[in-house]
Design a protein. Structure first.
Length: 239
């Protein structure tokens, strides 16, 4: 009986880039197999320990081994400057340069986003400008219509969203993709078609922490939109 459960889970997981605990339950039910969650999770854990599948966050699993680790090299001078000037400042940073290879269109202008406490942003702006960076504090599309970005590299400062992902100094891909959608809407740095291709590239090639992705998307009020992308590129019944 135990062997049947493990074999059934392997059967379901085979060939799927991502799947959820709920999907496993439904699969077993469709086979008229009834098991407790304790038993299911026990054998899922065994399969993870055997590197047959991998954890993709709370209640989610994947066959994708690789996780995307953004290259932070281009951001180190900015981070070092901030740490030197404001050693206790909490912030999160990412740049479109880190994901430039996922864009369909060649990028010749990059944007760096820094998220921190609202009462720190003006001081942060002034210190970065003193260091000869081109910095914009909470710009909107209307602002850019009046004063378009002309620099090859621009720094955009935003209010930090209180979330676990926002506590990571260098943003993970889960945070980057949620933030990128927001920024595409706010300042038009890319269109929805391009965004869709970028999302597809990463979700198909790298393993995400799905629960963190969804949780952060909810905090940023685009949970429904991110779920649509997950259903489109993973499985219509995934979330």
């Amino acid at each position: 009986m135990k062997k049947t459960l493990k074999t059934s889970i392997k059967e379901f997981a085979e060939g799927q880039s991502y799947f959820s605990l709920n999907q496993i339950r439904k699969f077993l039910s469709s086979k008229r197999l009834k098991y407790s969650d304790v038993s299911i999770k026990k054998y899922i854990k065994q399969l993870i320990n055997e590197n047959y599948i991998y954890s993709a966050g709370r209640g989610y699993y994947s066959n994708i081994k690789s996780e995307f680790k953004p290259d932070n090299k281009s951001l180190n001078p900015i981070v070092n400057l901030i740490k030197q000037k404001s050693p206790f400042l909490e912030f999160s940073i990412w740049s479109t340069e880190q994901i430039k290879f996922a864009f369909h269109h060649l990028q010749n202008r990059f944007y760096t986003f820094i998220y921190s406490e609202s009462d720190s942003l003006e001081i942060l702006r002034d210190r970065l400008i003193e260091a000869n960076y081109s910095v914009y504090l909470n710009p909107t599309k209307n602002d850019l219509m009046k004063n378009p970005f002309t620099e090859q590299n621009s720094i955009i400062l935003r209010n930090r969203i209180n979330h676990k992902l926002s506590k990571e100094q260098f943003a993970s891909i889960e945070k980057i993709l949620v933030d990128l959608y927001i920024e595409a809407e706010w300042i038009g740095i890319t269109d929805r078609e391009e965004y869709s291709r970028i999302f597809e590239y990463f979700i198909r090639n790298y393993r995400f922490n799905i629960s963190l992705l969804l949780d952060y998307a909810e905090r940023r009020k685009i949970l429904t939109i991110i779920k649509e992308y997950l259903r489109k590129y993973i499985n219509p019944t995934f979330v």
